[in-house]
Design a protein around this ligand. Structure first.
Ligand code: RET
Length: 276
């Protein structure tokens, strides 16, 4: 029995570790493991809670917001399972500014799964704001661009310059997302009658999302001001706010205000025309 539950002994960090050795590295670091398990537990609870909260939702737009938002903890539980099992982590030789490099445990699965979870957050917000298909499409593709180029930044080891060039490309995509959230959708939400809740969620989202590139830059994959465990905790805590707290506030409002959601002009998503 003990052989089944005990983690195998940890080995030194090198770029050729097997999945079992990576798993042992993570299991051997209690704080790092906890930064993953906390999110697995919270995501599980969030899924159950959101299914319960949505039990009486009958409006089709409100249902769509529920489904998109519920995908966030569903993706999250998968994402963190990938990290904790050693499947979506790896050791790469990160080049640092000022010369030198180090073998670092990187959590590349995070960037991959953000490409699924963050579009769901934007779809839910866009539906709440009653935006049109053009703006929704733009927000989603810019966001996916941001996540995939962020993944490229994390995995590029050949050149320090290109590693940070990827980072800049990702930031450029991010600017488009922020612009839509701060400038376009508030106008749409005003017309849709959802301005107040949209404004709350927009502030929460923009504030927390802005912290992710900061964590990347100072974290173990960037300038290494923070170590691997600290970087992981920073992302995990940001995730708690950007996913579960965000989703709870949104779904609570949607469940209680289906009449408002139901009266958002139906054609705005169907037609590629301006919502204003
Ligand atoms: C990276 C690094 C490259 C530059 C930028 C980034 C932005 C990441 C963001 C992530 C948000 C994640 C959320 C996840 C919830 O499931 C990829 C860190 C701009 C904004 C909200």
């Amino acid at each position: 029995m003990a052989a089944l539950t005990a983690a195998p002994p940890a080995v030194a960090l090198t770029t050729d570790l097997t999945q079992s050795e990576l798993f042992a590295q993570i299991a051997g670091n209690t704080s790092l493991s906890a930064s993953f398990w906390v999110n697995i537990a919270l995501a599980g609870l969030a899924i159950l809670l959101f299914v319960y909260m949505g039990r009486n939702v009958s409006d089709s737009r409100a249902q769509l917001i529920f489904v998109a938002t519920m995908m966030v903890p569903l993706v999250s539980i998968s994402s963190y399972t990938g990290l904790v099992s050693g499947l979506t982590v790896g050791v790469i030789n990160v080049p640092y500014p000022g010369g030198g490099s180090e073998d670092v445990l990187i959590m590349w699965g995070r960037y991959l799964t953000w490409a699924l979870s963050t579009p769901m957050i934007l779809i839910a917000l866009g539906l709440l704001a009653g935006t049109n298909l053009t703006k929704l499409f733009t927000a989603v593709v810019m966001d996916i661009g941001m996540c995939i180029t962020g993944l490229a930044a994390a995995l590029t080891t050949s050149s320090l310059l290109l590693r940070w060039f990827w980072y800049l490309i990702s930031c450029a995509f991010f600017v488009a997302v922020i612009y839509i959230l701060l400038v376009e959708w508030p106008k749409d939400a005003q017309a849709a009658g959802t301005a107040e809740i949209f404004s709350t969620l927009k502030t929460l989202t923009v504030t927390l999302w802005l912290a992710y590139p900061v964590v990347w830059a100072v974290g173990s994959e960037g300038l290494a001001v923070l170590g691997t465990t600290q970087t992981s905790w920073a992302y995990s805590l940001l995730d708690v706010g950007a996913k579960y707290i965000f989703a709870y506030l949104l779904l609570r409002w949607v469940a209680a205000n289906q009449n408002v959601i139901g009266s958002i002009a139906g054609g705005s998503l169907g037609a590629v025309s301006s919502a204003d």
